[in-house]
Design a protein around this ligand. Structure first.
Ligand SMILES: Nc1ncnc2c1ncn2[C@@H]1O[C@H](COP(=O)(O)OP(=O)(O)OP(=O)(O)O)[C@@H](O)[C@H]1O
Ligand SMILES: [Mg+2]
Length: 308
């Protein structure tokens, strides 16, 4: 299937000489929620800004719905809605005027019914005649989303959508993002909340120092990370895993001095109790038990720390 966004061999060096992106290759599939994770200054906003045509592309190629963002800027850009990291609003305008104006910028015919539904979905309909400076921070953020969606884009970028947003609004936004996805909108978001990526994303990309260091399906990632290990230090070394324990996912390590039992930490039933009974039944004595576990957060932190 043709990706909705295709980034190939993208490099970006700012005028200051700072190489913000190094050889980025990334494909976004239609209808997915893609979370881009990375520490401050990693290049997330730069990447998004280039795809959205706000920052000049260095070298490489970016296609949005098969349209080249340089050669076919308007056709590429019109498919995209962007909620930027920094709130930029004309504060003396009303909510209604703001979303109407945004839609007009893309040369779309007026569609008050669509905009009304949009404001209702974002719980902003009651505030349609309020001026932006009269709104709370969370409401302003929702106006940014309404603006981004005003021209009915098929791709939505959310750059740190929930930074500084309270728990309830964050949940509401997640709900809204899911509804958009159900309607076929492709969503790319950046976040510093690993929990948000865990909750929302179909795929996760990690960027560090301008380089993409990992792209993985979330379920695959979580399956890998959802595993815990129990290390059974044996009193007497074994030469092989005893046949009576063949039913367990066991590995003999440390020259036969330890058994490693890998289990799914997400499941209620880990099987540890049975394993310990079976060890006892088979007269396998152990001197110690240790457990280890990795979470998405741990992996993220270690990936990012390994910074060159
Ligand atoms: N206009 C600019 N001119 C020069 N350097 C810039 C400019 N914008 C960003 N940078 C630099 O490029 C690097 C990447 O910045 P970017 O804003 O893309 O990071 P980010 O991953 O979005 O970070 P954050 O999580 O803080 O939002 C940083 O080192 C930053 O200082
Ligand atoms: Mg940023």
């Amino acid at each position: 299937m043709q990706p909705v966004i295709s980034v190939q061999n993208l490099n970006k060096t700012y005028a200051s000489g700072h190489p913000a992106l190094k050889n980025i290759n990334l494909q976004i599939h239609k209808g997915e929620i893609f979370a881009l994770l990375g520490p401050n200054g990693a290049g997330k906003t730069t990447l998004i800004s280039i795809i959205c045509g706000i920052v000049n592309i260095g070298d490489g190629q970016v296609l949005v719905g098969a349209k080249d963002i340089r050669a076919d800027y308007r056709a590429a850009r019109s498919q995209i809605g962007l909620v930027p990291q920094e709130l930029v609003n004309d504060v003396f305008e009303t909510v209604w005027a703001t979303v109407q104006f945004s839609r007009g910028l893309f040369g779309k015919k007026p569609n008050p019914a669509y905009l009304e539904q949009l404001l209702r979905d974002l719980s902003l309909w009651d505030k349609r005649d309020a001026k932006l400076f009269e709104l709370s921070g969370g409401m302003k953020r929702r106006v940014m989303i309404a603006k981004a969606l005003s021209h009915e884009p098929s791709i939505l970028f959310l750059d740190e959508p929930t930074a500084g947003v309270d728990v309830e609004l964050r949940r509401d936004m997640w709900e809204m993002v899911r509804r958009l996805r159900e309607r076929g909108v492709t969503i790319i978001l950046t976040t510093h909340y690993i929990e948000e990526a865990e909750e929302m994303a179909d795929r996760i990309g990690v960027i560090r120092n301008g380089e993409i260091i990992l792209i993985e399906d979330k379920t695959t990632l979580m399956r890998k990370l959802g595993k815990k290990q129990l290390i059974v230090q044996l009193k007497q070394p074994l030469s092989a895993v005893p046949g009576a324990l063949a039913g367990y996912p066991l590995e003999l390590v440390d020259d036969g001095h330890a058994l490693v039992f890998t289990f799914d930490a997400q499941r209620e039933h880990t099987g540890i109790a049975e394993l310990l009974k079976d060890l006892d039944r088979n007269a396998i004595d152990f001197k110690d038990l240790q457990s280890s576990q990795s979470s998405l957060e741990d992996i993220f932190v270690s990936l990012v720390r390994a910074s060159a």
